[in-house]
Design a protein around this ligand. Structure first.
Ligand code: SAH
Ligand code: SF4
Length: 368
């Protein structure tokens, strides 16, 4: 498979252009076409000499994500199902501003992106892992999710557009779509470098949140990366007993290892970690759980995001009643923990990761 142009950094392109005897300013022009103008063909890059465009086309692919399906909720959360070059499906979700979530009040839109096709970790409650893991996404496939949403946004008629005046719609990224990002570590970091770079998508590292189910060694590795990403841990249980029931990854990296890695991360980065805690009826929503959760959160200087479970077709788990969620939230706050209870946006559009893909693949299989 030839390399895709959007999986290369500026330095790599400069090295290649040098061997071709092309001046460095041509790289600047190329990057402008790719990331500022979000060009979809080599032909469109009109200020590059034809011969250079030909050489680029012979050497690299310029893959564009195809929009297979889109759903939009009433609150304007938009869910995109993309088809990749090999026919596989992945999802990205565009979520309008919610200042209490991961960023500051000025943040406008967050794009939730995928890093793998399927997931190998098989958390019992999650749609992404139901059909197992297919493959890692390439760097360009991670990067393209942002560009493709920006292209979609730019093509909207003004009245329908989310932010009619803004040139860019995505100013926050959460790596919380399908897949375990830290299991595709190298491609993830390179993609985020490109998305962060001033010559790339220009999204601040502090506006990028990586979510992991708890791969302790990779959390330690992430701690020494120069970029200041935010880190979220999918905790969902404050004891090994609860976690073992719903997250097989906990057998490999039990809580003492996971929290040890988080502590190191916190020390090196000096940044607050977020603990994600899905509330699932009868599994982890009893008030007894708030004590170990509070102890853990305080030890890690972490805040807690409570998320009522989103029903997944074919799985037995259910969301607790609103009062149960509210009581759990209040009990945590009483224990001096910073906690938010997230009223799931886009719950009516299969917003939990992997659900739209699963539905589409099952529909396709049935129609065969
Ligand atoms: N693999 C990574 C990132 C993708 S999952 C991780 O596990 O952190 C993103 C988040 O969605 C995780 O916190 C995951 O536990 C949560 N999630 C998965 N299925 C869900 C569901 N049905 N309802 C609510 N949250 C869900
Ligand atoms: Fe994979 Fe995350 Fe879903 Fe677990 S919650 S199966 S790690 S995507």
């Amino acid at each position: 498979m030839p390399t895709d142009i959007k999986s290369l950094t500026r330095e790599e392109l400069e090295a290649q252009f040098k061997t071709w005897g092309e001046p460095a300013f041509r790289v600047t022009q190329l990057l402008d076409w790719l990331y500022a103008r979000r060009a979809t063909t080599w032909e469109a890059m009109s200020n590059l000499p034809k011969a250079l465009r030909g050489k680029l086309g012979e050497t690299y692919t310029l893959q564009i994500l195809g929009l297979a399906r889109k759903q939009g909720a009433h609150d304007t959360t938009q869910k995109f199902l993309w088809q990749l070059a090999d026919g596989a499906f992945i999802e990205s979700v565009l979520i309008p501003a919610n200042p209490a979530l991961y960023g500051e009040a000025s943040d406008r839109h967050t794009l939730c992106i995928s890093t793998q096709v399927g997931c190998a970790y098989g958390c019992r409650f999650c749609a992404s892992g139901l059909d197992g893991w297919k493959r890692n996404l390439g760097v360009h496939e991670i990067v393209e999710q942002i560009l493709a949403v920006e292209r979609w946004h730019a093509a909207q008629p003004k009245a329908e557009s989310l932010e009619p005046t803004a040139n860019r719609v995505v100013n926050n990224i959460v790596v919380m779509g399908m897949g375990e990002p830290l299991a595709n570590y190298d491609n993830l970091i390179k993609a985020l470098k490109i998305l962060n770079a001033p010559w790339g998508a220009g999204i601040g590292a502090r506006k990028i949140t990586i979510s992991t189910s708890g791969l302790a060694p990779q959390i330690r590795k992430l701690a020494v990366e120069p970029m200041q990403f935010r880190l979220a841990i999918s905790l969902h249980g404050a004891t090994d007993e609860v976690r073992n029931r719903i997250m097989p990854v906990n057998k490999k990296y039990p809580l003492h290892e996971l929290t040890g890695a988080c502590e190191d991360y916190q020390k090196v980065k000096g940044r607050m970690i977020t603990l994600e805690y899905i509330l699932i009826a009868g599994i982890n929503d009893s008030l007894e759980q708030t004590r170990p959760l509070a102890t853990l959160a305080k030890r890690l200087y972490a805040k807690v995001n409570l998320i009522p479970y989103n029903k997944v077709e074919g799985l037995p788990w259910v969301r607790p009643a609103d009062e149960v969620c509210d009581r759990f939230h209040a009990a945590l706050e009483k224990l001096d923990v910073t906690a938010t209870l997230r009223r799931e946006k886009g719950g009516d559009i299969d917003a939990a990761c992997g659900q739209l893909r699963l539905k589409t693949e099952r529909e396709l299989a049935e129609s065969k």
